[in-house]
Design a binder for this molecule. Structure first.
Ligand code: FES
Length: 96
């Protein structure tokens, strides 16, 4: 099972999730990383869920067109849209 580590508010939150998990969907049903993940639309339109991948980015698919549109140059700094990611492997994330 993938282990997700989220750094936020100067704290670290960690839990196991099922493979093929979307963190925004989970937060929407009040499961980890709720209430520590910031998001809004869940559809790649607002960029509120922007998150920096500290470790495990190599397991993610390339950014989709919504991430490219919303994040632009931030993609080069390791940012992704959490609502567009389905987690299959361990990953470490930081949200500003
Ligand atoms: S929640 Fe709006 S872009 Fe991800």
């Amino acid at each position: 099972m993938p282990v997700v580590t989220l750094h936020k508010f100067g704290q670290s939150f960690q839990d196991e999730v099922k493979p093929n998990t979307n963190l925004v969907v989970r937060a929407g049903i009040k499961q980890f990383p709720y209430p520590n993940l910031q998001y809004e639309c869940g559809m790649g339109k607002c960029a509120k869920c922007a998150i920096r991948v500290l470790d495990g980015a190599e397991h993610l698919p390339p950014p989709n067109w919504k991430e490219k549109k919303q994040l632009g140059d931030r993609l080069n700094e390791g940012y992704r849209l959490a609502c567009q990611l389905w987690i299959e492997h361990d990953i470490e994330l930081q949200q500003d």
